[in-house]
Design a protein around this ligand. Structure first.
Ligand SMILES: [Zn+2]
Length: 131
């Protein structure tokens, strides 16, 4: 077992917000959107992208997955092909590393939302109400 904290898509968050959308597959691995456009309001500035579906979601969960190095390599190969060679392996490694870094910064099970600023992502963790 090699449990790794990763970011996964959440199709239906428990506490939805009006600006949420999710076209990714629930539970699939995601990275923060590497291609944020200049619109500022189209939604891509709030999105993470599913490695398998190549679709966007604004809601992401910190999850623990049993992952081998091969699993990760496959995910990265999928990620690389998703953008038709626009990014090289180093870029994809960096996107993955960023996702892992974000996941490692929050407790497992935390729902996160993102907002792209010009040079960094603002990350908002959903606070779980205490019973
Ligand atoms: Zn956009």
């Amino acid at each position: 077992m090699n449990m790794l904290k990763v970011l996964t898509a959440v199709a239906q968050p428990v506490n939805p917000e009006p600006t949420d959308f999710s076209f990714a597959v629930d539970g699939e691995l995601v990275v923060l959107n590497p291609m944020v456009c200049d619109s500022g309001s189209c939604g891509c500035e709030r999105a993470a992208i599913g490695l398998g579906s190549r679709r966007a979601t604004t809601t992401v969960m910190v999850s623990e997955r049993d992952m081998t190095v091969d699993d990760i390599a496959r995910g990265l190969a999928s990620l690389k092909s998703s953008w038709g060679g626009m990014f090289d392996e180093g870029d994809c490694d960096a996107f993955w590393a960023e996702a892992i870094n974000v996941a490692g910064s929050f407790p497992t099970g935390t729902v996160l939302r993102f907002l792209a600023e010009p040079d960094h992502w603002v990350i908002r963790a959903e606070t779980v109400p205490t019973p």
